[in-house]
Design a protein around this ligand. Structure first.
Ligand code: FO1
Length: 313
């Protein structure tokens, strides 16, 4: 099993390429739930839905989130009623949240519901939340403590970050079988996601780092930072606030105790010697995922870095 530690948009795009070069059944995406929050009384799970809908081919490609061709009739009426409309939930998107909330109210776990939804949408890649416990990521700002989505969407990343608080609702246990999945994996890939608020919440779960350190599998990452900038999202200010250097080298340093190799973009080739000096094998390639061919090429390069003789299509 190839296990991919995943956040949202960047991870989803990488997974599209990976699922096109190896059998999708061989892939398990372990997805961040730190962005999950309750809105309109519904359990919203942004990264789970981004990964699932992207792999199902129904994602709004321009945004990277939401469902293609969606409408916002319900949201407009919610606005008329005085409900918050800062988080754009389309009519089709709402079906996911209504279904998830109803099933969890019946006693289903987030893991069970994530599996039901991906199967309903015909996704062969297994999709596993990092935990079934609430694990909200909070951003400490000079405007107070905000949930990640309040900071990222409602406040548009304007408030100055004072810090990041992972697992802000209390102890977070690994999803069922997550630790076994990591120790028995044939390869572990850390997707090109925000190291602080997308991958960080997964690694912060008790037992996860130890399981990755203990696994016999090759562990490789793909840098989400290219030329000192993030392709999407607030990775640079967040890495800085977390005391990391917001470069591909800084990403390698953040994962230094876990990874054997890291894929970096050609723009960052001059960082390769410093990465090599960390005992981490750099692979330099084009990491900008413009279309499916680039996503497939990046997936092949990443698999090559694992050293696994994985037959790719
Ligand atoms: N991101 C935005 O910037 N604005 C939105 O209104 C928004 C709505 C939204 C709805 C469902 C969903 O699954 C994701 C959504 N996102 C939105 C993306 C989300 O805020 C972030 O991209 C992820 O949480 C970070 O990985």
């Amino acid at each position: 099993m190839i296990v991919v530690l995943s956040g949202g948009v960047g991870a989803a795009r990488f997974l599209e390429g990976l699922a096109a070069v190896v059998a999708p059944e061989r892939i398990t995406a372990v997805v961040n739930t730190g962005d999950d929050f309750i809105l309109h009384g519904l359990h919203i799970a942004p990264d789970l839905d981004i990964v699932t809908c992207t792999l199902a081919g129904v994602i709004d490609r321009a945004q990277g989130w939401g469902i293609a061709g969606d409408t916002t009739e319900c949201l407009q009426w919610l606005g008329r009623l005085g409900a918050p409309t800062w988080f754009t939930l389309g009519d089709r998107d709402l079906a996911l949240h209504i279904y998830r909330t109803a099933r969890m109210r019946e006693g289903a776990t987030l893991s069970m519901v994530a599996d039901e939804i991906r199967r309903s949408l015909g996704v062969a890649v297994k999709i596993v939340p990092m935990s079934d416990d609430p694990a909200p990521t909070h951003i400490l700002t000079d405007h107070g403590e905000l949930h990640f989505e309040e900071y990222f969407v409602r406040e548009r990343c304007q408030p100055a970050i004072r810090g990041v608080r992972l697992h802000a609702a209390g102890p977070v246990r690994p999803a069922p079988d997550l630790l076994a999945l990591l120790t028995s994996a044939e390869a572990i890939i850390i997707a090109p996601s925000n190291p602080v608020v997308s991958v960080g919440p997964i690694l912060a779960i008790p037992g996860v780092r130890a399981a990755i350190a203990a696994t016999a599998a090759p562990v490789v990452a793909i840098s989400p930072i290219v030329g000192g900038a993030a392709i999407k999202g607030p990775a640079v200010p967040m890495m800085t606030a977390a005391g990391m250097t917001p470069t591909a080298l800084g990403v390698a340093e953040a994962y230094a105790d876990l990874i054997d190799g890291i894929v970096i973009d050609t723009i960052d080739a001059e960082l390769a010697p410093a990465i090599d000096a960390l005992g981490i094998k750099p692979l330099i390639t084009d990491t900008i995922m413009r279309g499916l061919p680039e996503k497939m090429a990046l997936a092949r390069a990443t698999l090559e870095l694992t050293g696994l003789a994985i037959a790719t299509t």
